[in-house]
Structures are given as structure tokens and as C-alpha cells.
Ligand binder design. Structure first.
Ligand code: SF4
Length: 358
């Protein structure tokens, strides 16, 4: 075991320097703001998707101060399409905390970083190791997979006991590693190895720097590790959406901060037909005046949402929007940060020439 621990980090570093990714825009910077942004964007999202978003975001918000001083509504359009919108809200909250409590100086110690909104211990360690070379281990999804396979750790990785074992191993690896270990190459190497070699479906053991001593390879249990999470039945929900069109405008509402599409601009949404009918009734309109459109399903990671859209056209301004509502010009729909299925729905109507263009 001692050998497995003591050579792990060096082997990862050598491999990263020869075969890992070297030209990502957030590499070769020690600016914790830029590193933090890339780490948050990369959670649950592939590198190829993040690339364009990262550049656009930094052009609009080049410093943590720019982000802190912006309104949340200004930030959301730069995140629309990346999903997991709580990340964007926490990003904004975190920037404001740094601006207010740390005089705009981005912390670089992992222990301090882990106290900030939206930054977990692994992200904190990644920021600290990339920005100042702190010897702090990371443990994201890719790294958990590599550790489970290499060290033969069984048990679903979301369970506290399994996670503790993995973190303990990660700390032991660093304790045994040479004192002059390049922390940025080690951290990047673990991420690259998980993404490129020790992949979920078909690990490429032949080209892996860890093949010697790897438990999963020796026992041919690569596909059994990490232990899969017991499958939960996917929840199903349904809702009704209203496309209330007045001339060249469509009624939109800001979603509550909690729940799906939190804080985003979206179509008014109702749990059931009775609520929709009541809403229309309050505004002198009947459900019979609305046209029911074909239902469709949007799949989230934990549930499916069946959406039934209703479309109503009013020639004159008959509805005064409330504080959380606004009339969106149809010409601005493409630029608005709308949830993906709402954009798709409006694009479909638009493409069919049913919504007038300015
Ligand atoms: S040898 Fe195979 S299973 Fe083991 S760490 Fe490398 S790629 Fe993963």
C-alpha cells in the first residue's frame, strides 16, 4: 500500500506534463478569480461547452469587482444554457462577499475559500493549488472514479463513509509525495486522467500511468467501480405555461430564487389548469380564449417536467404586469436568458411565423 501511495502523485504529474491538457484558457494563470470561474463553470459541464461561456463572461466581468457590482439580472444572460443556475446565483453572491468582506481581494487559502458561497472543499483546494500551489487535495467526480478504481474503494461515493475514505487516501497521497511536487500539474493531471483515460464507460488502461498497482485493472472490475448509486425512480411533474401575447410583446415573469430556473425570466407557469384559469379570470380573460398547444417533456437530471403551453393573443394592452412580470419584446427573445425549453417553445412558434417580428 505504501508504494501505491508514494508513487501516485509523481506518476500523475509526469503523465500530465506529457499527455494532459496544456492549453485551456484558465491554465497558465494564477489569478484566483479566473480559476474560480472556470472551476464553477466546469462543475457538471464539459470543457468544450464551457470554453465559449468562459471568454464571454470574462469579457463582460473581467474582475471580481465588476461581477460584484453587477445586478443579478445582468449576470444570468451570461450563464443561460449552462444549466444548474444555482451556480450563477452563488457566483454572484460569492463575488459580493469578497468585495464586501475581503476588500475585493480574492482569498487563496483553501480553508478560507471553502467558507464562501458555492465553493465546496474540492473547488477550494483546486483554486488554492492552481493559484498559490497549496498542497490541498481535490476530490471531484473524476478524481473519485480514479481513486475508487486504483485503490479498490467500494461503496457509493455519495455516502459519507466512502467519501471519507477517499479524502483520507487523497491526503495520504500528498503526505507521501515529494516536497517539490508541482501542485498545478498534479491537480490538473487528476482531472485530465479522469476525463481522458480513466473514463466512466471504457477506461483506457493500456495508456494509463497508474496501470501498475491498479486494483480495478488487476481484478478486472473497472466497470464495477465506483459502486453505482442505487437507482431512484425518476420523478415526473407537470405544469402549464402561458404565452400571453400582446402585439409584439410576450408576458414573462421572474421565477422565484428557489426551485427550477430560480431567478430566471420565464413564461408564467402554473401547477395545474385551475390555477391558469384563475389567473386568466382575474384579468378578464377566459381559458376558452386560449389555444392549447401540443404538450412536450423536458428532462432534468432528477425528474421529468411535462409542459402544456397555452397561447393567447390580445390585440390591445389589457394587462398591467406585476412587480415580478414584464412584457418582453419578441425581437429580444433570442437575447434574453430564458430556460432552454422556453426558448425552444418560443423559437418554434416564431419559426412558424406565428409571433410577429418587429
Ligand atoms: S489502470 Fe485503468 S482502471 Fe486503473 S486507474 Fe488507470 S484507467 Fe483507471
Amino acid at each position: 500500500m505504501s508504494d501505491l501511495l508514494s508513487t501516485f502523485a509523481e506518476r500523475v504529474v509526469r503523465w500530465q506534463q506529457a499527455h494532459g491538457r496544456q492549453h485551456l484558457p484558465w491554465q497558465h494563470t494564477t489569478d484566483p478569480y479566473r480559476i474560480w470561474l472556470s472551476e464553477i463553470m466546469l462543475q457538471q459541464t464539459q470543457v468544450s461547452t464551457v470554453l465559449g461561456y468562459y471568454e464571454r463572461f470574462l469579457t463582460r466581468f473581467p474582475t471580481v469587482k465588476d461581477l460584484a457590482l453587477a445586478e443579478q439580472d445582468d449576470v444570468m444572460p451570461y450563464w443561460a444554457g449552462l444549466g444548474y443556475y444555482a451556480r450563477a446565483r452563488n457566483l454572484h453572491k460569492c463575488a459580493q462577499t469578497i468585495q464586501n468582506d475581503y476588500q475585493g481581494q480574492f482569498p487563496t487559502q483553501s480553508q478560507v475559500l471553502a467558507t464562501l458561497p458555492g465553493i465546496g472543499p474540492s473547488t477550494a483546494a483546486a483554486i488554492a493549488s492552481f493559484s498559490v500551489g497549496e498542497r490541498a487535495p481535490i476530490m471531484d467526480g473524476n478524481v473519485k472514479r480514479v481513486f475508487c478504481r486504483y485503490f479498490g474503494v467500494y461503496g457509493p461515493t455519495h455516502l459519507r463513509a466512502t467519501e471519507k475514505k477517499l479524502w483520507d487516501l487523497a491526503h495520504q497521497v500528498l503526505e507521501k509525495a515529494p516536497t517539490d511536487l508541482s501542485m498545478s500539474a498534479y491537480t490538473q493531471g487528476q482531472m485530465d486522467l479522469g476525463a481522458q483515460v480513466c473514463t466512466r464507460g471504457q477506461p483506457n488502461c493500456t495508456h494509463c500511468p497508474l496501470q501498475q498497482g491498479c486494483y480495478a485493472l488487476a481484478h478486472q472490475v473497472q466497470t464495477e467501480l465506483p459502486t453505482p448509486k442505487p437507482k431512484l425512480k425518476q420523478d415526473e411533474r407537470s405544469c402549464h405555461m402561458l404565452i400571453w401575447q400582446q402585439g409584439n410583446h410576450v408576458l414573462m415573469e421572474q421565477r422565484p430564487n428557489q426551485g427550477i430556473w430560480g431567478g430566471m425570466i420565464s413564461l408564467p407557469q402554473f401547477e395545474n389548469q385551475a390555477n391558469l384559469k384563475q389567473f386568466l379570470g382575474h384579468h378578464g380573460t377566459m381559458l376558452t380564449q386560449a389555444q392549447q398547444m401540443a404538450s412536450f417533456t423536458h428532462v432534468f437530471s432528477h425528474f421529468k417536467l411535462h409542459i402544456t403551453p397555452w397561447w393567447i393573443k390580445a390585440a390591445n394592452a389589457v394587462y398591467e404586469p406585476k412587480a415580478n412580470e414584464l412584457w418582453l419584446n419578441t425581437a429580444d427573445i433570442a437575447e434574453a436568458a430564458l430556460p432552454a425549453p422556453v426558448s425552444k417553445l418560443l423559437d418554434g412558434i416564431w419559426a412558424a411565423d406565428q409571433l410577429p417580428l418587429n
